[in-house]
Design a protein around this ligand. Structure first.
Ligand code: PHE
Ligand code: CO
Length: 291
């Protein structure tokens, strides 16, 4: 699809009239082929996720009344989100500068890429598209505790940018918002957007013997490097979104100072003091796209 740069006037009085980086979704410009890509991915993931994704995610999918037939309209999703949690979606061309991204989150605005991948990219795309951003991230924005966490994350990001600590916060986003697992009474479940939007990683994250699954520990997690070219070598497991919210409530300034003095851990490493939910075999760490 062609690239567009069109700036949109927002209807929120508390924000600048022309918000940098925000474009129109221009829903009428989607082709039949675009809707067909959504349908194929939507049907595949919604068949896979019951019993694998956490209840909060599945409830969000229902609340948003998402279905296979057409690419969702951000304006429709916004009616549901505003009423449930006060979040809203804004359309963007692609990844934003860090500070801009954090500012949006702290204002409860979630940037969603407006374009969808091409049919040849069904199994793997190297940058976020509408399917990842919408299907992966938006359902949990309907959850109040997760929504509050993400807003606090945004505010924390603005602060961390001034403390030269963005790499630590990026790891937190990666291992929670993108690749988090959650322990439930029914068993281990997925909540990370990067997992729920990927067929291969939805299976691998729960069922492969290769990766480590480690109990969530904020400072340990922020010490851990990540790789963007493989499925994860370690997943961090929370007990609840409340645990995540509470653990991230304190001021991180002191944590950053301590972290800056430590050497990072490799993505697949086990450290003393880890709560091991499941130790990975390390065998068959899989390249992304190699489903
Ligand atoms: N409490 C954090 C801080 O002081 C803010 C934050 C909240 C960061 C949630 C990340 C996630 O920086
Ligand atoms: Co994402």
């Amino acid at each position: 699809m062609s690239k567009r740069i069109k700036y949109l006037q927002t209807d929120r009085g508390d924000l600048p009239m022309y918000a940098e980086g925000i474009v129109e979704q221009d829903w009428d410009s989607y082709t039949e082929a675009d809707h067909a890509v959504w349908k194929q991915l939507f049907e595949r993931q919604s068949a896979l996720l019951p019993g694998r994704a956490c209840d909060e995610f599945m409830t969000g999918l229902e609340d948003l009344k998402l279905g296979p037939d057409q690419i969702p309209k951000f304006s429709e999703a916004n009616k549901v989100l505003r009423a449930k949690t006060g979040w809203e979606l804004v359309a963007v061309e692609g990844l934003l500068p860090d500070l801009r991204f954090f500012e949006l989150l702290s204002a409860k605005q979630f940037p969603v890429t407006w374009w969808i991948r091409e049919p040849e990219q069904i199994d793997y795309i190297s940058e976020p598209d509408l399917f990842h951003d919408f299907f992966g991230h938006v359902p949990l924005l309907a959850n109040p505790v997760f929504g509050d966490y993400l807003q606090a994350y945004g505010a924390g990001g603005v602060k961390a940018a001034g403390l030269d600590a963005l790499s630590f916060l990026a790891r937190l986003y990666w291992y929670t918002v993108e690749f988090g697992l959650i322990q439930t009474e029914q068993g281990l479940r997925i909540y990370g957007a990067g997992i729920v939007s990927s067929k291969g990683e939805s299976l691998y994250s729960l069922e492969s013997a290769a990766p480590n699954r480690i109990g969530f520990d904020l400072q340990r997690l922020m010490r851990t490097r990540y790789r963007i070219d493989t499925y994860q070598q370690s997943y961090f497991v929370i007990d609840s979104f409340k645990q995540l919210f509470d653990a991230t409530e304190p001021d991180f300034t002191g944590y950053y100072a301590a972290l800056q003095a430590q050497t990072p851990l490799a993505a697949g490493e086990i450290a003393p003091g880890d709560t091991i939910v499941q130790r990975g075999s390390g065998e068959g760490w899989v390249l992304v796209g190699d489903v």
